[in-house]
Design a protein around this ligand. Structure first.
Ligand SMILES: [Fe+2]
Ligand SMILES: [Fe+2]
Length: 266
């Protein structure tokens, strides 16, 4: 870790109370260990797995999270609209139509390490058909690159191909593209040829004795019967999933990438 480089920690979808509590317990250690300058967390599942509340986002801001990104579940609770309008450090995917409240990117000042641009985008494959994330990224980069070369994207998407294609499309123009939404950590974290760090999905921070955070019995019934049942949050086998990215602020290129899964699966 060189002194001038910016050290970024990105935490995958934090699911409900179990995810928040584990993050509260261990985040400080990671911030110290990696000398983190900016901490970003996906918070679309903070409130019992669906959406955000003022209390839940404040818990994260109080323990060292600087920016909260979102996704499709943000809209599950009406309160999110007010939070998004009032708090510029809570993002929603930029490529939702502009009539929706909130911001999809922020230029955040870390202080002595300089500025970082954070963009939240959402995929369209097997998801709501919103605006094009590729061209939306081009537009956001034209705005942010006047201010900083250090740029991270949370690409909240179902399809790994869509996330990887976007990462290659932006390789060398952004510092990192971190996939979220599937709640399953992938083993493909790396730095692409032109200096963009990438992982298909960073994984969820929440209960893994579950089907993507919800009670497995309910999920099984939904598949067996082909009709919806009310999801309930699971509560066991809580793990913390995150990515550490070290970026050279002069070039905007990632120089180090590490996946974090705690406790590890093996
Ligand atoms: Fe999620
Ligand atoms: Fe999602």
């Amino acid at each position: 870790m060189s002194n001038n480089n910016i050290n970024i920690l990105f935490i995958g979808d934090i699911v409900g109370k179990p995810g928040i509590e584990l993050t509260e317990t261990i985040l400080k250690n990671y911030i110290q260990k990696y000398q983190i300058d900016v901490c970003i967390a996906n918070g679309e599942n903070l409130f019992e797995g669906k959406g955000i509340s003022t209390e839940s986002i404040n818990k994260l801001f109080n323990i060292g999270v600087n920016i909260i990104t979102g996704g499709n579940h943000l809209w599950d609770r009406w309160e999110a609209r007010k939070i998004l309008s009032e708090n510029k450090n809570v993002l929603r995917p930029l490529n939702y139509p502009k009539e929706n409240p909130g911001n999809g990117y922020i230029i955040y000042d870390t202080g002595k390490k300089g500025k970082i641009g954070v963009i939240n985008l959402q995929g369209r494959v097997y998801m709501q058909p919103i605006d094009d994330p590729f061209r939306t990224a081009d537009w956001a980069l034209s705005k942010i690159s006047e201010h900083t070369k250090v740029i991270l994207i949370d690409m909240h998407a179902e399809a790994t191909a869509e996330k990887l294609a976007l990462a290659y499309y932006l390789d060398g123009r952004i510092s990192a593209l971190i996939g979220t939404h599937t709640h399953i950590p992938t083993a493909d974290g790396r730095i692409l040829p032109n200096g963009t760090a990438f992982i298909s999905d960073v994984g969820m921070t929440g209960p893994y004795d579950s089907v993507i955070g919800m009670k497995k019995e309910v999920a099984i019934k939904r598949f067996l019967h082909g009709v919806p049942y009310k999801y309930e949050m699971a509560s066991h086998d809580i793990r913390f999933c995150a990515a550490y990215i070290e970026v050279n602020p002069d070039t905007g290129k990632a120089v180090r990438f590490e996946s974090i899964v705690f406790p590890s699966f093996l």
